[in-house]
Design a protein around this ligand. Structure first.
Ligand code: FAD
Length: 264
């Protein structure tokens, strides 16, 4: 059974933005695997082991995103694919999902595609759902635990904010893993050595089953302006003992305060 995991390379800190396109200048510093994707890879590996399947890590990004794929391989992914080309640059979440979906179709049928719940840079938390739409399969988000895996279906607990839901669903599906889904699997020494020599398959626009458009040209989103917003505090906190607090509240409300004190 073939399982895929989407991994994104993200900046490890603040990064400048291209003033022309509003896109992040990713080459301007250190990059790391998106923290959510560590959990996605770990959950995908555990699932692949139970189902005796193979795990392929897929990333869309510039050539340096290979490092992120090697991290996934060091954790245990069997193969890695980099979707790379200048035509993919400036992609918003729709265009990213479109491109990853075409790459996944090119690579063959996957029973499950794992993603992280969100990224630390774009942070739309929409890619898994957009990807599922593009692939024409269901998406299961906010997964907080995988309870049961069998060859045709999976049972998970989903954290829905208002409560926890148990859901059993058949494959194929896209799963968005949260940070509680499983314990992260650390890269082993053997894994690191294997990852260093792993041949990473690269797919460019000409390799995909659709001519495009891709990247900025396929993206409805335009980042027009990004600014840091400092929210003005509407009130100042007061630190008062209980009786002074009661008097202050009474004063604000225009009523008299009857504060009882106890000497015991
Ligand atoms: P999320 O949905 O947050 O990520 C969920 C999961 O999807 C990840 O954990 C990972 O498993 C997978 N994933 C995401 N990207 C990739 C990838 N390239 N390769 C492999 N797996 C991946 N885009 C918009 O559509 N609208 C915006 O408003 C917007 N604003 C942005 C603002 C800034 C400052 C920046 C830097 C980017 C912005 N983007 C925006 C672009 C956004 O980064 C891309 O759309 C991105 O590739 C996918 O969206 P995401 O990072 O939000 O993914």
């Amino acid at each position: 059974m073939k399982i895929a995991v989407c991994v994104k390379q993200v900046p490890s800190g603040d990064r400048p933005l291209d003033p022309r396109t509003g896109a992040l200048i990713r080459a301007a510093g250190e990059n790391v695997i998106n923290p959510w994707d560590v959990y996605a890879v770990s959950a995908a590996l555990q699932t692949a082991r139970i189902l005796k399947g193979t795990l392929t890590a897929i990333s869309m990004g510039p050539p340096q995103a290979e490092e992120t794929l090697r991290t996934a391989a060091a954790m245990g992914a069997d193969s890695a694919v980099l979707v790379c080309g200048k035509e993919f640059g400036g992609a918003d979440v729709y265009a990213t999902a479109f491109t990853l979906a075409r790459a996944i179709e090119k690579l063959g049928e996957f029973a499950i595609v794992f993603c992280g719940q969100q990224s630390t840079d774009g942070d739309t938390a929409q890619l898994p759902f957009s990807l599922a739409v593009q692939l024409g399969i269901p998406a299961v988000g906010w997964v907080k635990r995988i309870e049961k895996v069998s060859p045709g279906e999976m049972t998970v607990l989903q954290e829905l904010g208002s409560g926890t839901q148990r859901l059993t669903f058949p494959f194929p599906a896209v799963i968005a893993a949260g940070m509680e889904t499983c314990q992260p699997i650390p890269p082993s020494l053997k894994g690191r050595l294997k990852a260093r020599g792993l041949a990473i398959q690269t797919l460019g626009p000409a390799d995909l089953p659709c001519k495009g458009p891709y990247g900025l040209n396929a993206s409805p989103t335009r980042v027009v302006k990004i600014e840091r917003v400092h929210e003005q505090a509407k009130s100042q906190p007061l630190f008062l003992d209980p009786s002074a607090a009661a008097r202050k509240i009474a004063e604000e409300m225009g009523v008299s305060a009857n504060v009882l004190t106890s000497s015991s």
